[in-house]
Design a binder for this molecule. Structure first.
Ligand SMILES: [Zn+2]
Length: 66
């Protein structure tokens, strides 16, 4: 009972969490399969944003759950 409660709270939280990611810290770039990917970290939510050479943004949620 408790577990399912926590789970539904978590999922709704992740949907509502929409950070504009307007405070980005440049982490560095890394050569990928299709060119250079640039890595940024959002200073507000801690998510990592990856900009591919094609100009596509990828978002990696922060993994700070303990
Ligand atoms: Zn953010």
């Amino acid at each position: 009972m408790l577990k399912s409660n926590i789970r539904s709270m978590e999922s709704s939280k992740s949907i509502e969490m929409k950070c504009p990611h307007d405070k980005l810290e440049f982490l560095g770039d890394q050569k990928g399969e299709k060119g250079v990917n640039k890595y940024y970290k959002c200073l507000k939510c801690g998510n990592v944003l990856i900009l591919s050479e094609e100009g596509t943004w990828y978002e990696v949620p922060a993994t700070e759950r303990q």
